[in-house]
Design a protein around this ligand. Structure first.
Ligand code: TXA
Ligand code: MG
Length: 355
């Protein structure tokens, strides 16, 4: 493997979302081809990409992120054909009732887009990508730049979110720089990501399709695509054995700021909350707030779309305020808020009312 990054300095290339300069894409693809790491924007969050067919390159992802080796990576394809080469399922032919027919229906409806399909993996994908699992998570990202990059490489790109393991996902290039400067070769900076929340991960290898991580594509959207077939939601687990996570995105602590973060389930409870000297309040959804002590910085994210778009920027900003606590009021338990509630459940520990 060629050493690209002798000084371990991370370069940034600024690139327009409707990029018309193929030389920039070629440059980034050359780094991937040589076994290097390139961060790039998807529609969800920035991903940390490596050539998925190169085990040494993929190993560098785990090292750069400080990610446990047992947490599998999502593979990104330039289109359905490339995605198909990663799995053992024909995604273009409609056959009723089998895994492939479910996958092809979802691929037709949501690719390119924020939906990751977990399917049996093909021999093209090395063990290290899937942490030894017989399945692989695959998706076709929406931004043109991401698809051009993968197409230029000509191979699928393994890419987890481009943050340090268990931290907050990056929706801006400088989030990536803050977390991974000196650990990766290049960041393609194309501005803030569109959606702002990680893709929905759905496992199609079980008898009933299962949502392992709720995201922008909701359970109802998936059920509609599958002709009303029931989709099971794995639901948040408070603790998952680190030896055997079904999807380590399910780990209890994930997506978390470093400042102690508490979840106060209803706005009314804020009246009884014992505020530390310096606290930041993050209110998600429509809530009637009781009177609050003076001097508390307050963020309000009212709609699911805006909350998805801004959540990680706000969480990182709260984290940099040197507060003693970040206090989060989550949105109501309704389907349109499922993905946000899931991330907040992991980012924050519940407030012990009587503790
Ligand atoms: O939106 C996204 O999905 C972003 C962008 C970059 O594409 N990627 C992302 O990757 O969030 P990461 O690695 O941070 O999260 C991937 C999630 C993890 O929870 C992982 O456990 C799960 O997908 N996953 C990946 N492959 C899997 C598999 N074969 N079986 C079960 N879960 C899998
Ligand atoms: Mg992640």
């Amino acid at each position: 493997v060629r050493v690209l990054n002798v000084h371990r300095a991370t370069r940034i290339i600024s690139i327009e979302t409707d990029n018309s300069d193929p030389a920039l894409i070629r440059e980034a693809a050359d780094i991937l081809r040589a076994g290097g790491l390139v961060a790039f924007a998807t529609e969800t969050v920035y991903g940390l990409g490596a050539d998925a067919t190169n085990p040494e390159a993929v190993a560098k992802i785990y090292e750069a992120k400080g990610r446990p080796a047992l947490n599998p990576l999502i593979v990104h394809a330039a289109g359905v054909e490339m995605a198909e080469a990663c799995v053992v399922a024909d995604l273009r032919v409609e056959r009723r009732g089998d895994v492939a027919s479910l996958a092809s229906a979802l691929a037709a409806d949501y690719w390119p887009g924020p939906l990751t399909l977990v399917l049996p993996r093909s021999g093209m994908i090395p063990d290290i990508v899937t942490a030894g699992l017989p399945t692989v998570g695959v998706r076709v990202p929406r931004p043109l730049i991401a698809r051009q990059l993968i197409a230029e490489l000509g191979r699928p790109v393994a890419a987890p979110s481009a943050n340090r393991s268990t931290g907050v996902s990056p929706t801006l290039a400088w989030h990536v720089l803050k977390d991974l400067d000196g650990r990766i070769d290049l960041i393609l900076d194309s501005g803030q990501t569109d959606v702002g929340l990680e893709s929905t991960v759905v496992d199609l290898t079980t008898r009933e399709p299962r949502i392992l991580r709720p995201g922008p594509v909701t359970a109802a959207m998936i059920e509609r695509s599958l002709g009303g077939l029931r989709v099971h939601t794995a639901g948040h687990r408070e603790s998952v054995s680190p030896e055997a996570p079904t999807s380590p995105g399910q780990l209890a602590v994930h997506y978390a700021p470093t400042t102690p973060t508490v979840r106060v389930e209803t706005a009314g409870d804020l009246a009884r909350f014992r505020w530390p000297d310096k606290a930041v309040l993050l209110v998600v959804g429509e809530h009637d707030l009781p009177p609050l002590p003076a001097g508390i910085t307050r963020y309000v994210l009212k709609t699911p779309e805006r909350a998805a778009h801004e959540l990680y920027i706000v969480l990182r900003q709260c984290d940099w305020m040197d507060a003693h606590a970040i206090v989060v009021v989550p949105p109501p338990d309704r389907p349109e808020w499922a993905a946000i509630r899931d991330r907040l459940a992991r980012a924050a520990r519940p407030w012990e009312k009587d503790g």
